[in-house]
Design a protein around this ligand. Structure first.
Ligand SMILES: [Mg+2]
Length: 329
């Protein structure tokens, strides 16, 4: 089935389709591409954005480290992020939070003093899906790695919770969960994890002004993420899916909204992957991040063969996506 390859390439395809629409109004996107959004990759190669670049950084860090522990994963992840930040290819309108945190990480200080604690921007969420694809992780390793990769740059609890839930969604879909059951499973995860602070991974990150306990810190993140899922359920139940999806579930510049709007556009037609990424790109908000997550979901569920075959060689970083997918499938 090749779920890992399908998800990694799906992420890149969505990212590439959403790249030109990220900073466009919905009406302008529809006028140009139609209501289904862009559905043709453009360019040789078809360029992606920082979303795919950073997802590759996370994926290749996971690949490089055998057993994923906080001590083994953090320095490799840090090095991969810094390599990305310094790369001449880092010219794809990256988020300020990632740039600021990487600048601080570069001097070797503990990540807890480099991370942007006030930021729950979607920059940690758009790159997390490889964590859901790496085989052989325990539940704590998967959850801890998803949160730690977020925490290096985005220290806000909702950045952590939404990232973990995004990786969890990919993990469930790759494992064969029916898309119709996904939303309920994610909602349940929010309830189960609400007071689980992974101190082995996160250290004293919770010690922020006005926060009195680790449980209180992380519960805020899960509660905001759960509320975003409830908006997805309402939007799907409404039956009217015309128009800008961001009006229903959020613009996606912040972590829980990127997850929510990606889920919304995916769950409208989970068996039509090209329609899913086109719909994600036809959005007024953070179109590349919404479409890349939606593509990662569709690809995890349907596998590599569900995508147009010729896209595989057209997409930028095809060799790196292929290598990582082959290693995990
Ligand atoms: Mg981007």
């Amino acid at each position: 089935m090749r779920a890992a390859s399908g998800s990694l390439f799906g992420l890149a395809y969505g990212d590439s389709l959403g790249k030109p629409t990220e900073f466009q109004e919905y009406a302008a996107i529809v006028a140009r591409y139609g209501p289904g959004g862009p559905r043709v990759l453009v360019g040789e190669p078809a360029l992606v954005t920082d979303d795919t670049q950073m997802a590759l950084a996370v994926g290749e860090a996971l690949f490089e480290v055998g057993r994923i522990t906080p001590a083994a994963f953090e320095p490799v992840l840090r090095r991969r992020f810094l390599e990305w930040a310094a790369s001449p290819e880092n010219d794809r309108a990256p988020g300020m939070t990632c740039l600021r945190a990487c600048a601080a990480l570069a001097d070797g200080r503990p990540w807890t003093r480099a991370t942007q604690t006030g930021s729950k921007g979607c920059g940690a969420n758009m790159r997390v899906t490889p964590v859901g694809l790496k085989p052989g992780l325990t539940e704590d390793e998967r959850a801890g790695a998803a949160q730690l990769q977020a925490a290096l740059t985005h220290g806000h609890p909702t950045g952590l919770a939404a990232s973990e839930l995004t990786a969890w969604a990919v993990y469930l879909l790759a494992g064969g969960l029916a898309p119709a059951d996904l939303l309920a499973a994610l909602r349940e995860r929010c309830s189960e994890q609400r007071k689980v602070y992974r101190g082995d991974w996160l250290g004293d990150l919770w010690q922020q002004p006005t926060v009195t306990s680790p449980e209180e810190f992380i519960a805020r993140g899960w509660d905001e993420t759960a509320a975003a899922l409830d908006r997805v359920a309402d939007a799907l139940a409404s039956g009217d899916h015309t128009g800008d999806p961001c009006l229903a579930t959020g613009a996606g510049w912040i972590a829980e909204e990127a997850l929510a709007t990606a889920l919304y556009v995916y769950l409208q037609s989970p068996d039509e992957p090209v329609a899913v990424v086109g719909r994600g790109a036809a959005s007024s908000g953070d179109s590349d991040s919404i479409a890349c997550l939606a593509g990662a979901f569709a690809g995890a569920s349907l596998g590599l063969s569900a995508w147009p075959a010729d896209w595989q060689t057209q997409i930028e970083y095809s060799d790196r996506l292929f290598k990582l997918g082959m290693a995990w499938d």
